[in-house]
Design a protein around this ligand. Structure first.
Ligand SMILES: Cc1ncc(COP(=O)(O)O)c(C=O)c1O
Length: 562
């Protein structure tokens, strides 16, 4: 009898426990974005199944079943561009060809500029080269003496213009020259940097690293150490560097077992944060405000015109406030990863811009005046790497080059200039200036009747395409020929430095419009009126199935699709 009762109690308790686990697991599923980007495991599996195939030359120009006359116009336009590239980028292209087989980075970036079905033909004919030799004002100059307006922003490092950074590096180097590359000990400028960073971040302690990736790693390690919880939460599509735990999907050969990828701007994610006991920290990359829940928009995935972007400052601010509240309530460390947006949106970064304070903030890219850097600022309870009462229980993080004197020297110059009147004035009008410029360009694009628009988060822009097309990635080459330098992600991200004058911008706007007109004139945006983005995606999927079935075992094959 007693045994039966015990059995019932234990059984009931086990059932309650199971149901509770199931509820929490369901909450997690509900908080995932429905795209593949929101499902890291599935995305990795899918990526492994995608077979290589490419279009033959005829199909290259008529992947959308365009009529022969349109394909011929495209071919003529393409060959004209190819001739232009061959004539104007001789030395830069030759220098690139000379090292590409030995530099894995270059092989990767050149391969992933456009969707893989088109990639080889583009690589063979449109060789712009990866070398440049000078920068000045808002332009860079390649080995052939071509000057381009710089829209690469040097991955976001270039906030104030290249001349500004040259000055930071030169003056900073002069400041620390007597010490030279002595590591371990600090140069005195470091103390001033620490004071300024704490004032800017409003936080208590700082640690220096060599890259943004390392600063993020350190933030997450410390959050795990102090909360004694295992998991980090990142939001769908957000980039936080290339460390495995923040890159749980495609790009990481191993599964990231201690990472939850949740949907941004979604109450279901707040429910997860409220109910799970294993969450150490939430990582927010405020750049996602431009394209919530979507990965960084690169042209290599631009198979249709489905790229979307829209910045709603009020909505994102509300979201950050909700995150702040739930993190405080649950003892979860809220980390703003400002490696990209820090110092670009406001002097006090995203914290100031959105009016929400984090427990930890990472900075990088621009903050060392153009030299390699990662900085972590945090609240004192989260920054300590040891425990007073458990001397052997430490959280280890060191780096040979952390606080390198030359980096600290250039950082000193950078932070000092931030307080100058010129920069303060730049920050005062920032959004008005860049929103106005985006509007101006959009009205020019509308007047030219081209299916292209821009969307911006301050000086970070992306290009949207209005009509279904599988050729939008060609636009990057028309822009290049027009004298505009884009990074390897192409039209997904244009980054302006804040020293662009209205006159510079006006010139860039006109070049973008004329490049769009040229591309339109060459027929790339011809479309069957029935064509939809969904139909394009469906066709690509069908091609993938076809390509897999070319090989008897379904292994990767390289058929040419005609
Ligand atoms: C938000 C964010 N975090 C981290 C990183 C990684 O920084 P790094 O490339 O210096 O390692 C980046 C780089 O683009 C970034 O944009």
């Amino acid at each position: 009898m007693l045994n039966d009762i015990t059995f019932c109690i234990v059984g009931a308790a086990a059932l309650v426990w199971l149901l509770q686990r199931l509820r929490v697991r369901l909450q997690l599923s509900r908080a995932k974005h429905r795209s593949l980007t929101g499902h890291s495991k599935m995305a990795r599996r899918f990526a492994r199944l995608v077979p290589f195939y490419e279009y033959d030359e005829a199909r290259f120009f008529s992947a959308d079943a365009a009529p022969g006359a349109v394909a011929a116009r495209r071919r003529a336009g393409f060959m004209r561009l190819a001739a232009y590239f061959a004539e104007h980028f001789v030395k830069s292209a030759a220098a690139t060809a000379g090292i590409v087989d030995a530099v894995s980075d270059l092989q990767f970036t050149s391969r992933y500029r456009v969707p893989f079905q088109f990639s080889r033909f583009v690589r063979e004919h449109l060789k712009a080269g990866a070398f440049v030799e000078a920068s000045s004002g808002v332009s860079i100059t390649d080995l052939d003496g071509n000057r381009f307006y710089d829209l690469t922003g040097s991955y976001g490092v270039n906030v104030f213009g290249y001349d500004f950074y040259k000055e930071c590096i030169e003056r900073g180097s002069a400041r620390v020259r007597d010490l030279g590359p002595v590591l371990g000990a600090y140069h005195p400028v470091t103390a001033a940097n620490v004071r300024r960073l704490l004032e800017i971040s409003g936080l208590d302690e700082v640690s220096f690293h060599m890259s943004g990736t390392e600063a993020v790693m350190q933030a997450v390690q410390l959050a795990r150490y102090h909360t004694r919880r295992s998991h980090l939460v990142r939001f769908c599509g957000a980039y936080h560097g290339w460390w495995g735990d923040v890159q749980p999907g495609v790009g990481n050969p191993l599964p990231a077992r201690n990472t939850y990828t949740l949907q941004e701007l979604d109450p279901a994610s707040l429910t997860v944060l409220r109910n799970r006991k294993d969450i150490a920290c939430v990582l927010v990359n405020p750049l996602q405000a431009l394209h919530p829940n979507a990965a960084a928009p690169g042209d290599s995935t631009l198979v249709d015109s489905g790229r979307s972007a829209h910045f709603d400052r009020a909505a994102y601010t509300r979201w950050l406030m909700q995150l702040r509240a739930v993190c405080s309530e649950r003892g979860i460390v809220l980390i703003f990863d400002e490696v990209f947006v820090g110092f670009r949106l406001a002097r006090g970064g995203a914290q100031e811009y959105f009016g929400v304070r984090a427990d930890m903030v990472t900075y990088g890219k621009t903050v060392a005046g153009g030299l390699p850097i990662g900085v972590l600022c945090g609240r004192r309870p989260y920054m300590r790497r040891f425990r007073e009462d458990r001397p052997a229980d430490v959280c280890f993080a060191r780096g040979t080059f952390n606080s390198h004197p030359y980096v600290m020297g250039a950082m000193f110059e950078f932070l000092e200039r931030l307080d100058g009147e010129t920069i303060r004035e730049t920050y005062r009008n920032l959004d008005a200036v860049w929103d106005g410029r985006a509007q101006l360009l959009n009205s020019k694009l509308a007047a030219a009747d081209v299916p292209v628009r821009v969307v911006n988060l301050s000086s970070i822009w992306t290009i949207r395409y209005l009509e279904p097309s599988c050729y939008n990635w060609m636009f990057q080459y028309y822009l290049r020929a027009a004298g505009l330098a884009l990074s390897w992600v192409g039209t997904g991200r244009l980054i302006f430095s804040l020293n662009y004058t209205d006159a510079d911008f006006g010139r860039v706007a006109d070049l973008i419009v004329s490049a769009a007109r040229a591309m339109q004139g060459d027929g790339w945006w011809w479309a069957d009126p029935q064509l939809t983005n969904k139909a394009i995606k469906r066709r690509v999927l069908k091609e993938m199935f076809q390509a897999r079935s070319f090989s008897p075992l379904g292994s990767i094959s390289s058929p040419r699709i005609k």
